[in-house]
Design a protein around this ligand. Structure first.
Ligand code: HEM
Length: 207
């Protein structure tokens, strides 16, 4: 299936413009509402961690699936999403930075600053390095500086690591708690991979 050239759509500029401020506003209000509920208590901070994980999943999934969705259903909505993809990726980074700030707050409030209480944080820390590297290179100047091939390598590797971080956590929680919503999140994550594999093979077959 051939994908026609991206066309500027009416929906595109507004999506591009509102993605970051909308995320910022959402994160600000969620954090304020949850944390002023009963003061800075552990359960409320954990609530912010869970809410930001969910908003990160939503934003990340949009960026991760857009090109495949555009490949299969080439219409102006997916085109506008494709054009806004960098901003949505930055919105994901913003959401996950609040996840990190809430984790730091949790350690300070609940564990007296002892980060070892969190268990093994090596994997999560590496993923955060990728998230920040991807955020600061989400511009044309960085594509030029790194070269398109290296830039793509960084963003592709980072995307799959983020997928593992997000949906691996949901799988872990699903196995531990047997809660339906964790299983649904993991199944959703798996469907994103299937979508990308499907688009990859379809492109190869029709090349
Ligand atoms: C060093 C880095 C990280 C630490 C210390 C950390 C810590 C935590 C903690 C303590 C929770 C549990 C909150 C609770 O339910 O009480 C949590 C949940 C979660 N984290 Fe992180 N995290 C880190 C990085 C990441 C990264 C990089 C991702 C994904 C890219 C991620 C995705 C999630 C998800 C999906 C949940 C589950 C939310 C839920 O239960 O609904 N985390 N994290």
């Amino acid at each position: 299936m051939n994908i026609p050239q991206l066309v500027e759509t009416k929906a595109m500029p507004s999506l591009k413009v509102i993605a970051l401020p909308a995320t910022l506003l959402y994160l600000f209000f969620v954090t304020i509402i949850v944390l002023t509920n009963s003061g800075l208590v552990e359960e409320d901070i954990r609530q912010v961690i869970r809410i930001t994980a969910a908003s990160s999943m939503f934003l990340f999934s949009l960026t991760f699936a857009t090109s495949s969705l555009l490949h299969f259903f080439c219409n102006e909505y997916w085109q506008s999403l494709m054009q806004a993809r960098r901003r949505i990726g930055l919105s994901f980074a913003l959401s996950h930075t609040v996840h990190l700030l809430a984790i730091i707050l949790l350690v300070e409030i609940a564990y007296g600053g002892d980060y070892l209480q969190l268990g093994d944080i090596a994997g999560g820390s590496v993923i955060y390095l990728f998230i920040f590297a991807m955020a600061v290179t989400s511009n044309d100047a960085s594509v030029k500086l790194l070269g398109a091939k290296n830039w793509k390598r960084l963003h592709k590797t980072g995307s799959y690591l983020i997928w593992i971080g997000l949906f691996g956590s949901y799988l872990e929680n699903a196995l531990e708690t047997h809660a339906l919503h964790y299983w649904l999140c993991f199944i959703f994550g798996t469907s994103l991979i299937l979508l990308r594999v499907g688009a990859f093979w379809d492109k190869r077959i029709s090349a």
